[in-house]
Design a protein around this ligand. Structure first.
Ligand code: SF4
Length: 521
């Protein structure tokens, strides 16, 4: 099959004349639904044209439309569901459209799909297949086996009119394998599809408003740190050596993509050891565990592999050392974070959590001359420094950690994020919501005065964030895979030409050795 690269190849951010968004709909009914959804389409905003039913009429219109000065092309209509789990009214946003010979990618599909989902619609992203006849009977199953989600008779033909401009294809499912075109449910399916098309209108308008040329500034370093790479490799090796399932206590690192990828390979993530069957193998996550968890695993006779990051283990060792020397240890960190729970568990009677400078006043050390402080490894350096300052003010003899507890990866990513945020209109941080270091990157940029958002992937980007934004800073927390950053850039390219450059404040070449249990590959 030939792949046509049509999106982002030419830039028409502002059309000379004509609409910003041109919407092609094969049928009048579809055009009416989309127009109502767009609310006030008109010259300069959006134009909805009826292009006619089937590939022959579409071909004739495509030739005429190709040279029109629109900024972005959307193709919207109903379609026949191929995948067995689709329901009438579901929307399929094309990641690509194909006529079986040529494939045209729709790079911004994830952005539009996310917007539609936030509007409460059921949305799938995948291939839209254009055929020259209505699909009936067992042919649906055959076409579904090619990976296509929905079939229509126009999209792959009309899509050529985009000719390098941003392209979106949305098909609302009218009929499905269970409710074919000639069936008692056919009318209801058609109405459900038209309702969904109408509901998709505002998201299409926001998609078109986000179209534009952009600069993306990548922060360096970003994404995986040495501790995260080590933890993932430990689970992968355990799976290779022992075979699935391998149990992992808590998320190995705080990232949904990493967890989903390892689950696919046979890892089972549990919250507590009580969920691990007797005799099974269990990996402790990169955030560390308290001694009571290790004791429980020993009592149960579980085979354990410890993926605790060596830099977290260093903080644990410091907590034990200060506690055994009779110090009250003020642990600067966030309540409930697994790393903090692990460190508190090292010396529960001697470690007190301090989350803010105000918490310092509540500390009641038995001996004010014997106070020490430690930090969670993934804190914002500036905030933690303020709390440490408050501790030193109240307890001038307070002992600091031997070396910085906030790890090199956290510090470097915060400095790099600040550097790109200073040049950008907006900073996007790839990372999951429970990732402490990713959240801190957002806060760091916001404190520096730049709008910043945490996103797990491109579908979390709200299109309204992008309207009028020409320079985007992009970074990723230490637990976010590099592939997510690439997915975000690809999706932005679906909105127009993107020039990518990198701001590298330092390079990292740290590697941690693997535990002996998994060292033999
Ligand atoms: S962020 Fe720092 S402490 Fe956490 S796993 Fe990475 S290197 Fe280790």
């Amino acid at each position: 099959m030939t792949r046509l690269q049509v999106t982002g190849a030419r830039s028409r951010r502002t059309p000379v004349t004509g609409p910003g968004l041109l919407v092609c709909t094969p049928l009048r009914l579809e055009a009416r639904a989309v127009r109502r959804g767009l609310r006030h389409p008109g010259p300069g905003a959006a134009q909805v044209v009826v292009t006619g039913y089937g590939p022959r009429r579409s071909g004739a219109r495509e030739t005429m439309l190709r040279d029109q000065p629109f900024a972005a092309l959307a193709i919207a209509g109903v379609g026949g569901g191929l995948a067995a789990d689709l329901r009438p009214g579901d929307l399929v946003v094309a990641s690509e459209v194909s006529d079986g010979h040529t494939v045209i990618p729709c790079a911004s599909a994830a952005l539009l799909a996310g917007e539609l989902r936030r509007a409460g619609l059921r949305v799938r992203v995948g291939r839209v297949l254009t055929v020259d006849h209505l699909v009936r009977g067992p042919e649906r199953e055959r076409l579904a086996a090619t990976g296509a989600l929905v079939a229509d008779m126009e999209s792959a033909v009309l899509a050529r009119a985009a000719d390098g401009r941003p392209l979106a294809v949305v098909r609302a499912v009218s009929d499905t394998p269970d409710r074919p075109l000639v069936s008692p449910g056919a009318l209801g399916g058609g109405l459900a599809a038209l309702r969904s098309l109408r509901a998709a209108g505002p998201a299409l308008a926001r998609w078109a408003a986000a179209v534009g040329e952009r600069q993306v500034l990548l922060a360096g370093p970003r994404s995986f740190c040495a501790g995260v790479e080590r933890a993932i490799e430990i689970v992968e090796r355990a799976l290779d050596q022992k075979g699935p399932p391998v149990y992992v206590r808590k998320q190995i690192v705080h990232n949904s993509h990493v967890v989903a990828g390892l689950e696919e390979r046979g890892a089972i993530f549990v919250d507590e050891l009580s969920e691990v069957p007797d005799g099974a193998s269990v990996v402790f996550s990169a955030h560390g565990v308290s001694p009571s968890v290790r004791d429980e695993a020993d009592r149960r006779g579980l085979t354990t592999v410890d993926a605790t990051c060596p830099l977290v283990a260093k903080v644990h060792a410091e907590a034990r050392r200060f506690a055994s020397d009779g110090y009250l240890v003020a642990l600067i960190g966030h309540e409930g974070h697994e790393e903090v729970e692990g460190t508190l568990g090292e010396a529960p009677d001697s470690v007190a959590l301090v989350q803010t400078a105000a918490d310092v006043g509540a500390l009641q050390p038995p001996d004010p001359g014997k106070v020490a402080y430690l930090m969670q490894t993934t804190l914002a350096a500036d905030e933690a420094a303020d709390i440490a300052e408050a501790l030193r003010e109240r307890f001038p003899a307070a002992r600091a950690p031997g070396s910085d507890d906030i790890c090199y990866a956290t510090t470097n990513r915060q400095r790099a994020a600040r550097a790109v945020a200073a040049e950008a209109d907006l900073l996007l941080v790839a990372g999951s919501a429970n990732s402490s270091n990713s959240v801190r990157l957002v806060e760091t940029a916001q404190r520096a005065g730049t709008t910043a958002y945490l996103i797990d992937g491109p579908s979390d980007i709200e299109l309204s964030w992008l309207a009028g934004v020409s320079t985007i800073g992009l970074t990723a927390g230490a637990s976010a895979p590099p592939a997510v950053v690439q997915d975000i850039v690809t999706a932005l390219r679906g909105l127009g030409t993107v020039e990518v450059s990198e701001r590298v404040i330092t390079t990292e070449n740290i590697r941690f050795s693997l535990p002996k249990e998994v060292r033999q590959s």
